[in-house]
Design a protein around this ligand. Structure first.
Ligand SMILES: Nc1ncnc2c1ncn2[C@@H]1O[C@H](COP(=O)(O)OP(=O)(O)OP(=O)(O)O)[C@@H](O)[C@H]1O
Ligand SMILES: [Mg+2]
Length: 241
């Protein structure tokens, strides 16, 4: 469904991705792991159409989309829940949700989708006329996820959706994401907490300095001693003993 090849992205004159290659199949749940500054958000941003790549290819459902603007990609079926949620805090919950379906071609069925989101997150129905800036972090994350779903995505890009939300809410959001994936939405998740990432994802890519340095199933990655040493702070020799 998503085929990224040799992707190079620069922020101004600073290169962030140095030839990224990764793919996600229809219906998969894939995690993108890596330390701060590795290029995780840049990768999602390039897919969504926020950062036009310098070179390389991004194919989505067989069509080249590298360099296409975000507004076009949303209509094609790519939705992103950005790092830090990026809600319009001075607008109500419902207004924020409706913004996810602002494109004319996405308007059909808006009411049904809104109801679906309220079923998934009942608290949002209760607070639908409240300003989203008045919500807790977890509730704001629900709005950000709901807003993405309003565009009826085939591919959902999630950038650290659990960051800064209370533990009880983490479970709620995790359950919702699983339901979304079971409903047929393909998901690419950025998550720094490896164990949490693999509570959700079946497969992952580890990136460092804008390259993929490791990929495989949850087991492959968690069992790799180099990975443990680097990302879990475990001494690899001790680990093998
Ligand atoms: N808008 C920007 N302008 C300039 N440089 C940027 C911009 N966004 C990211 N960078 C730089 O690009 C590199 C990759 O950043 P990116 O945000 O993709 O990393 P990340 O893996 O998402 O990190 P984090 O875990 O901190 O969110 C970093 O060196 C970062 O400083
Ligand atoms: Mg990031």
């Amino acid at each position: 469904m998503l085929d990224i090849k040799d992707l190079v992205v620069e922020h101004g004159n600073m290169r962030a991705l140095f030839g990224m290659t990764l793919n996600v199949r229809q219906g998969e749940r894939v995690a993108l792991l890596g330390a701060n500054g590795a290029g995780k958000s840049t990768t999602l941003g390039a897919i969504a159409g926020i950062y036009p790549p310098r070179s390389g290819s991004i194919r989505f459902k067989g069509t080249e989309i590298a360099g296409k603007p975000a507004a076009v990609n949303v209509v094609s079926g790519i939705a992103m829940v950005p790092e830090g949620r990026r809600l319009f805090t001075g607008m109500t919950v419902q207004e924020n949700l409706e913004l996810g379906a602002y494109a004319p071609s996405l308007r059909k069925g808006v009411q049904d989708r809104l109801e679906g989101i309220f079923d998934m997150f009942p608290i949002l129905k209760e607070k639908r006329h409240q300003l989203s800036g008045e919500l807790s972090g977890g509730q704001q994350q629900m709005v950000a996820i709901g807003r993405a779903l309003m565009s009826k995505p085939d591919l959902l890009l999630l950038d650290e959706p659990f960051l800064g939300i209370a533990p009880v809410v983490v479970h709620l959001v995790m359950d919702a994401l699983r339901k979304i994936a079971e409903g047929g939405v393909t998901v690419l998740l950025v998550e720094q907490n490896v164990h949490r990432a693999f509570e959700f994802a079946e497969r992952g890519y580890v990136i460092e300095h804008g390259h993929v340095i490791m990929q495989g199933s949850a087991h492959d990655i968690l069992d790799d001693p180099d990975f443990s040493a680097k990302f879990l702070g475990v001494d690899s020799e001790e680990n093998q003993a």
